[in-house]
Design a protein around this ligand. Sequence first.
Ligand SMILES: NC(=O)c1ccc[n+]([C@@H]2O[C@H](COP(=O)([O-])OP(=O)(O)OC[C@H]3O[C@@H](n4cnc5c(N)ncnc54)[C@H](OP(=O)(O)O)[C@@H]3O)[C@@H](O)[C@H]2O)c1
Length: 335
Amino acid sequence: MTQTNRQLILQSRPKGLCAPGDLQLTETPLPALTDGQALARVKYLSIDPTMRVWMAVDTYLPAVPIGEVMRAAGLAEVVESRHKDFKKGDKVVGLTGLQDYCVIDPAGKRGSFRKVPAIPFISDTAFLGVLGVTGITAYFGMMDIAKPQKGETLVVSAAAGATGSIAGQIGKIQGCRVVGIAGGPEKCKWLTDELGFDAAIDYKQADWKEKLAAATPKGVDIDYENAGGEIMHEVLQRMNLHGRVVLCGLISGYTKEDPALESFATILRKRLRVQGFIVLDYLDRFMEAATQLGKWKMFGKLKDRETIVEGLEKTPDAINMLFTGGNIGKTIVKV
Ligand SMILES: NC(=O)c1ccc[n+]([C@@H]2O[C@H](COP(=O)([O-])OP(=O)(O)OC[C@H]3O[C@@H](n4cnc5c(N)ncnc54)[C@H](OP(=O)(O)O)[C@@H]3O)[C@@H](O)[C@H]2O)c1
């Protein structure tokens, strides 16, 4: 085992996309373990839009302090243990940070880690995607907040991404007409041909608003909102009275200084029920979601896809892909 740990340290708060130098690659000696700790080798990192937010401002979690290892979720394998709950070889998911090795503390001092079960035909990386935080977010956003009814029309934005692709498929399982909004023909084709969406709208085409109207002839009952901005504004105009808006994310604003949030007059006029949520609200029910998602996946009702980027040092590029649309499905860095 190597004695050094490569880490990506937050050096400056990005303006726009991550710039070279915002995250600095450094090497530090591996820490000696004390009683109650375990050391784990990070294998895969979950790349999430919220990382760009954590780099810049305090939100539902405080911003990462300058000079500290960048916060990130990941999957790691225990290589040495003085922790009563973990033994060498255990695979775990949790907030590993952007680094080669992470220390698991007693009683989750730096956030809790969960063991990854070995399930036939399920890859380890699924626990960062369809059976991990993004899948679980889609599950609760749809099942707890949207509460879809058969025959309703659901529109999902960032639909070919990790969360949107699962939210849309859950809508299909529940009997909705599902319309996805995504950037580019390849993503739209994947949504309709592979995932069974009823329609997919390429918002990078000039006539996307007309296409959205044509694809939602009975209006929209549920907006699963991941994008915000102009996309959200347009979907809200198509909403039926008393519709539900699941405010999951507003990615179009994350790289801007002043993410102007419009459309609240429409919410009022149409008596829409809008609910924002953070998946951490559901921590004690994660197992329920993962079990149901796992069943749907095993019975072929849910498909997932991953965009894998190789190398810890490529993480800033992987984060930027989320904002330029370079990913399909769940984005993961293979360390
Ligand atoms: N509330 C929660 O607890 C929670 C938890 C997880 C994720 N989220 C939110 O869910 C959303 C999706 O996250 P994810 O992890 O699943 O990422 P993702 O969808 O896999 O990747 C982000 C996608 O957003 C799209 N996008 C980027 N800029 C855009 C813009 N200006 N307008 C429209 N689309 C844009 C890109 O696809 P295109 O090529 O289609 O543009 C990109 O692929 C984010 O808003 C995130 O913050 C919320």
